[in-house]
Design a protein around this ligand. Structure first.
Ligand code: ADP
Ligand code: MG
Length: 588
């Protein structure tokens, strides 16, 4: 066993025996750390990884706490039943809030609205008589388990830390799955995720609900630990503390939730002990000292304390790639025998600029069509129109005979279109294998719950095997488990092709795939594309390197200033004086 393993084993043993050895007060502190860690864990998923900020987590804790307090004291229900009721209620509330805020609006709307609804909810509870008003609800019973009662801090300790362990496992399992890869794309690569069929809006709502449910469990335990609830602990300032914990610990690390909540609890505890002796007053001095602490931590441990202690925490082990997996289903094929792609009079304006102006062309099944033109001609914009990343102003686009203009890019992905991006869109912290597996997202239907319970291992193995196959195929096998951000730019472009191939497309759109490649790599890429053509794949490629393009494509479409200048065979295009002029003109 190496030092890292010893530290981890020691930690787990310490957590298990702590209530036997420590005085009651310290067991209580550990209980509060566990309760806070559960909430912070949700925020790691939501904020640290998903990139969505919520200032309302304490209100979800309150929903869990009040549901159980009210139902156990008024109706004598078992806390186990009220746990389920709390999860349903809190999950439902989060779903509703998510539907109202997340799917329509992004940016600052979510953080601001979470502040608003959480403050109003807590004030409202303070006014409701049957919920005890500001005095709250007392005489909440202990949680029973057969004859046993979790009626002291030492007894409920096990339940709290079991919940923390299960919560961490649930987030860990979720992140290492099909939906987890999609969640990790939410923060910075939303457009890419949509291009591979991921419904990012729905996914945001899912992680919002997941975080709320973790908060609800914390609230349930809190109510039965304290045996009393009142509005104050669920108010806005507590939500800020949860965010502090998450950031302090390391917003994108599961262990960060634990480290952050422990650090904050210990700092607060020490300040309460020390400060009154030093200054003669509590309150304000404590807040100021706490603020200074926070600033220092944020300054010196930017990635949070989890990155400072990364050497002690469990390392990410490379994922295993199984050999004998079931093949993934191929995506739906249409029987349409006409052109795979037809563009009729496509127009796209940006304000006064007409980036694509009445462009029409076709792509015959099984051909490689080159789209060339000087910088700013509108090629990338055309790609965005084809893949649904941007809407057309007018015109029609048909894929396999059916109209796709007006569809969202995730719907177009379902119809067999996959693309690469001119500006590489990999998730740099995620391994190459996982990045490419994201391309095959639509070829499995494993849900989040199945992932959390590890019931989708066969389908997950197939996804990873498919990704590994495509990585080998494009010649990046040596980098399988390397974080994508560590690859050279040329390799990242090739990785984008592997990701697109993992989707099993009928039509592949490549935006400047050869940029930044060395001569040898360009030759390999050309060979690969020719092989794909031989297998029946249709390819539309934008490329600046004329040598590369001329030796590869069947036909070319030339765009200049948003318009189609001409189209034809490579030799004809090369000899066309208008084309030569357009290129020379753009250089001059
Ligand atoms: P190409 O890929 O052929 O170099 P682009 O399609 O990227 O050209 O750009 C075509 C024109 O549209 C350029 O003048 C560019 O500045 C403009 N353009 C592209 N995207 C946008 C956008 N999102 N907003 C405003 N103008 C844009
Ligand atoms: Mg471009």
């Amino acid at each position: 066993m190496n030092a890292r393993k010893w530290i981890q084993a020691g930690f787990i043993v310490a957590v298990c025996i702590a209530p036997l050895l420590l005085p009651l007060y310290q067991v209580t502190v550990l209980n509060y750390i566990g309760l806070a860690a559960l909430v912070a864990l949700g925020l790691v998923l939501l904020t640290g990884i998903g990139g969505l900020t919520s200032f309302g987590q304490a209100a979800f804790v309150g929903m869990g706490a009040y549901t159980t307090a009210y139902l156990t004291t008024h109706y004598g229900l078992s806390p186990w039943i009220t746990l389920v009721a709390g999860l349903v209620f809190t999950g439902g509330a989060a779903l509703l809030i998510g539907l109202l805020t997340l799917s329509r609006l992004s940016g600052h709307y979510l953080p601001v609205s979470t502040i608003a609804w959480s403050i109003s909810l807590v004030s409202m509870v303070g006014e409701i008589k049957s919920l005890g008003g500001h005095d709250g609800i007392s005489n909440v019973p202990a949680i029973p388990l057969f004859q046993f009662q979790f009626d002291t801090p030492s007894r409920i300790y096990g339940l709290i830390w079991l919940s923390v362990g299960l919560g961490m496992l649930s987030v860990h399992n979720l992140l290492n799955s099909r939906n987890g890869r999609a969640i990790r794309a939410l923060r910075a690569r939303e457009g890419m995720a949509e291009a591979f069929g991921i419904h990012t809006g729905a996914l945001k709502i899912k992680i919002f609900v997941h975080a709320a449910l973790l908060a609800c469990v914390s609230g349930w335990l809190f109510a039965h630990l304290l045996r009393f609830v009142s509005p104050t602990p669920f108010d806005f300032p507590q939500s800020i503390d949860y965010l502090f914990m998450t950031v302090t610990g390391g917003a994108s690390s599961i262990w960060g939730a634990l480290i952050g909540s422990a650090t904050l609890a210990l700092i607060k505890d020490q300040l309460q002990n020390l400060l009154p002796g030093l200054t003669g007053s509590g309150g304000a001095a404590e807040e100021v000292a706490f603020g200074l602490f926070m600033i220092a931590i944020l300054h010196y441990a930017r990635g949070g304390l989890a990155s400072t202690f990364a050497g002690w925490l469990p390392a990410r082990t490379p994922m295993t790639i199984a050999k004998d997996t079931l093949p993934l289903p191929t995506t739906a094929r249409v029987d349409h025998t006409g052109p795979i792609l037809q563009v009729e009079g496509a127009v796209k304006r940006f304000g006064g600029l007409v980036a694509v102006n009445e462009v029409s062309f076709e792509l015959v099944r099984g051909e490689i069509l080159g789209l060339i033109g000087p910088n700013g001609a509108g090629k990338s914009t055309m790609f965005n129109l084809l893949s649904g990343a941007a809407p057309l102003d007018s015109g029609k686009i048909y894929l396999g005979g059916s109209r796709i203009d007006g569809m969202a890019s995730r719907q177009i992905a379902r119809r067999g279109l996959a693309r690469s991006f001119q500006h590489v869109q990999l998730i740099s912290s995620m391994s190459l294998l996982e990045n490419v597996a994201l391309g095959a997202h639509l070829r499995s239907h494993a849900g989040s719950l199945a992932s959390i319970l590890r019931l989708e291992r066969a389908s997950e193995s197939s996804l990873l095997a498919q990704a590994a196959h495509q990585i080998e195929r494009v010649g990046l096998g040596a980098y399988m488990h390397a974080p994508a951000g560590t690859l050279a730019l040329g390799q990242q472009r090739i990785a984008e092709i592997a990701r697109a191939l993992a989707a099993d497309p009928q039509l592949l759109l490549l935006d400047e795939p050869a940029a930044g490649l060395r001569l040898q790599e360009k030759r390999q890429l050309a060979d690969l594309l020719k092989q794909l053509r031989a297998e029946g794949l249709s390819v539309l490629i934008v490329e600046h390197d004329m040598e590369f393009v001329m030796g590869l494509v069947d036909r070319l479409v030339v765009m200049v200033f948003g318009q189609k200048l001409t189209q034809g065979l490579p030799a004809d295009i090369r000899a066309n004086p208008q084309v030569q002029e357009a290129y020379l003109g753009s250089v001059a």
